[in-house]
Design a binder for this molecule. Sequence first.
Ligand SMILES: [Zn+2]
Length: 522
Amino acid sequence: MLKSIGLLAFLLLAAPSLSAQAPAKPPTLVVMLTIDGFPERNLEKFAPQLTGGLARLTKGGAWFTNAHHDHGITETAPGHATLLSGRFPRSTGITANRVGVFDPNSPLIGFSGGPGASPTRFQGTTLVDWLHTKDPKSRALSVSSKDRAAILPIGKSKQQVYWYAPDGEFTTSKYYADSLPEWVVKFDARRIPDGYAGKSWTLLLPPSAYTEPDSVPIEGNGRDFVFPHMLPADEAGIETFFWTTPFGDEYEVALALEGVNQLHLGQGPQTDVLALSLSATDAINHRLGPDSREAHDQLLRVDRTIGMFLDSLFKLRDPSSVVLALSADHGFGTIPELAQGVTPAPTRVTLQPALAAARQKMKALGMDTTGIDLDFQVLLIDRAAFTKAKVNPDTVLRVFRDEAMRVPGVYRVDRFSDLVKGDTINDPITRRWVHQFPAASQIEYIVTLTKGSLWQGPLVASHGTPYDYDSNVPIIFYGPEFKPGKYSEFVRTVDIAPTLAAAAAVKPTEKLDGVVLTKVLK
Ligand SMILES: [Zn+2]
C-alpha cells in the first residue's frame, strides 16, 4: 500500500519534467502537411461540412486561427522556405517564386524536358538539419507536385525529395541522387494519372450543399467554369494536367505513404521528418478563384484525402509517436473583378508606364537606360552608373514614384530604406516588407498594391500581397505533445519550426525569427 502511494507521489512529482520542452520519449516522426494556397477563411467557412482529416485536425489539434505568413511576398517559394526553417524570407534567401529552385546544374532524373531544380539559393538550416545534428540517423522524405514545394521546406539537406514531372511521374534531381530508387520507379510504373484520362470531376456532395453560383464566366477566363469538368482524354494531356485536379492530391499522398513504408520512416528511435505539400488547391484557386464552387468542392475533397492519409499513416505508425503540423504556404485573394465592398475597386496593375517614364528621364539626362530595373514590386538601380554619369539618382527615382502613384491599383511606393526604419509594430505592411528582404538590400522602392489588386498576368485569381487574405493561413498542431483547442492570438508561420523542434526535443542550430508556442505544448 505504502509502496504504491510512494510510486504515485513520484509520478506526480515527475510530471512537470514530462513537459514537451523535454519529452520523455521524443516522437519518431514529425509531419509537416501543407495545403498550397489555402486561406484560413476558407477553412472556417466550410468547417461545418468537413468530416475527414481537416475535421480531425481542427477538432483534435491546437488550431491557430490568426496565424500569418508575416512577410510581404506571399508566394509559394518564400512560404515553403519559412515553414520548417522558422525564419523569414530575408534570411532564407528565398524572397520570391522567381528566386525559387531553378538550377540548370541539377537536371531532373529520367525527364529531360523539365528545368533542373535544387535548393541552391536557400540559406541556413531547417528542422531536418537540427534533427540530423542531434542524431545522424534522422532522415526526411518530402513530396509535392511542385518542385519548390518539395525542396524548400527541408532546405539544403540531401534527402528523399520527389515532385511531379510533366510526364505524370514523380522524380527528383541530380542534387539529391543519380537515379531514382526502385520503389519510386515501381510507383511511377503504375502510371496512375493515365487512368484518369477522359474521366470527369463532379461534385462530391449534392448541389444543394454548395451555395456558390457555378455559372460565373470570369472563373476559368470563360473556359471550363461549370461542373462537370472533363479531364483530358489523351495521355499527354492528362499527365500534364493531373496534378491540378483534386485527384493529384491523392496521388501525392499515395507516394508519401509508399515512401514512409519503404524507407521505414518514423520507426525510430530517431525522429524522422515527412513533408507533404498538396498542390491542387492552389492550382484550382488560380484557375477558378478561391470563392468558386470548385474551390469549395476541392476543400471537401482535400479534407477526405487528408483523412485517408491520416488513417493510413496511423496504421503504419503509432499515433502516439507522431507529431504533425498543418499549414499553407500562403492564402489567396478573391478574383479582383468579383471583389465586393472594396474601395478603390481592385484592378490589375502594370508599372511599365512608370518605368518607361523613369527611363525617358534617364535618356534626357544623357544616361544609358539599362541602369534601372523593375522586378514586379521592387525597383532597383545601378548606383555606380548614376555616379559615373554625375546624375543624382533621386531625380530619376522621383519620376518613377510620381508616375507609379498615378497608376490605378497602386497604394504605396516606399523607399526600402524608410521601411527598414519604419513602424513594424502598428503597420503590418511595413513589417512584412522588412521581413521580406535583408536590411542591406540594394532596393530603392517597394510598391504595394491596393487591397484586392493583382499584377497583370494570365491568372484569374492569385496571391502574393502583404494583405491578410494572402497572409492568414491555418496553423494546426496535432499529436500527444499538444493541447487541443482553438487559439485566436496572432502567431506567425515562422513559429511552426521552433514549436515542432520543442515537441521533438531538438534545439535549432541557428537564431530563428519564430518562437516556441509554449501555450499549446503540454
Ligand atoms: Zn503556393
